[in-house]
Every structure is written in C-alpha cells, then in structure tokens.
Unconditional design. Structure first.
Length: 206
C-alpha cells in the first residue's frame, strides 16, 4: 500500500499491530483521526498511554483495577466466601454482564498448556490456594473454557486444595466443549452459573 506521507504510514503500521486490524482498517482509523481536532487526538493518545502506565492488577484477585484492590473485591455486598476462577479478565467482564453472580473472582492469567510452554508456575494458582486457605472459602467455582487445557487446569487446582473444606464446582456445560467462554451469550453464561455442578460429577461424566 503506497501512502503519500511517512507519518501517515507510520501511524497505519502502529494500528496494524492491534489484533484484528488490517491495513485498510488501520488506514480508515488514521484518516478518521486526521479529521479530528488536534486536542482531541492528543487526549486520545494520552488516555491510552496513561491507561498502560497507571493501570494495576488487584492484589487479591488479579483483576484489572485503578487501585490496589479492585472495585469487585472492595464491594462489601459481594460474597467473599464464593470465588469464581476464570482464565482472563475478559471472562470476568463476560460473567459480570450476566448480572447473575454475586461472589468474587480469581483471574489465573491463563491455563495450563504444556504445548504452549505454560505451566502452573506461570499462573496465579499458588495465590489462589493461599487465598482459599486464608479466607476460609466456602465454594470455588471453575468457569474455565471447556477444552482439554481448561480441564487440566481444573484437575491440577483441585488436587492442590483437596485437603481443604471447600466445595468445588464448575459451571454447567451449556457451553459447547471446545468453545470460548467470552463468546457465549449472557443467558447461557447465567444458566451455567446457576446450574453449576460438583467437580466430581463433571469429571465422572467426561
């Protein structure tokens, strides 16, 4: 793609680094910014830079946060003895959009996947185990993607906490095996949370 300006080309190349953004889409976005007031574009750039620099991860659940403790963990109305274990922050957002879950979360930061070089030590599993011990968690709900890697992660964590008096469940599989949690519709997610099952029943049915 031949462009009349090096500055324009550099901006397009930077937008192309974003997932799902091709050259044509990047050019359309850059040309849109060119139509905007200089102050607006400057504010846009500063907002992105400030987000990257100042955003934090909750010290309790590893969700994104503006402070050391996220708004969910800081909410006294949430059931702290109920923890929903998810793979990433997108899953927290997906479940929160159902407005059916009143507990708290724990973001693993991924799932165990030896083929991708991801082991338990690279996730927040140990922090989860310590949290369950310290907070006397009553129920741990696994809301991981229904695939081999998700099942491996569930099995590993279950073994780590089997000595603790904590009920372990997984969301009901209204989500197809091999599907992605973040792409499930809100009704399916809500029903899965409501109809969660003991982890032993889930494993025996596999």
């Amino acid at each position: 793609m031949q462009l009349p300006s090096t500055l324009l080309e550099n901006a397009v190349n930077e937008f192309c680094k974003l997932p799902g953004i091709g050259k044509k889409t990047a050019l359309r976005l850059v040309l849109h910014l060119l139509k905007q007031d200089v102050g607006q574009v400057q504010y846009f750039g500063e907002t992105i830079a400030r987000m990257r620099k100042d955003i934090k991860f909750c010290q309790r659940c590893y969700n994104i946060s503006d402070a050391d403790i996220c708004s969910i963990c800081a909410n006294s109305m949430r059931k702290r003895q109920l923890i929903c274990v998810v793979e990433n922050i997108r899953d927290v957002i997906a479940i929160e959009n159902t407005q059916q879950f009143s507990g708290t979360y724990h973001v693993l930061g991924g799932i165990i996947s030896p083929l991708d070089g991801i082991g338990p030590d690279q996730l927040t599993i140990e922090a989860l185990v310590h949290r369950v011990e310290a907070e006397q968690t009553e129920e741990l709900i696994f809301a991981l993607n229904p695939n081999i890697q998700g099942d491996t992660t569930i099995y590993y964590i279950q073994k780590k906490i089997q000595h603790l008096p904590c009920k372990v469940t997984t969301i009901a599989r209204g989500i197809a095996f091999g599907g992605e949690l973040e792409y499930a519709d809100e009704m399916t997610l809500a029903r899965s949370l409501t109809n969660r099952m003991p982890i032993e029943s889930y494993i025996s049915n596999r």
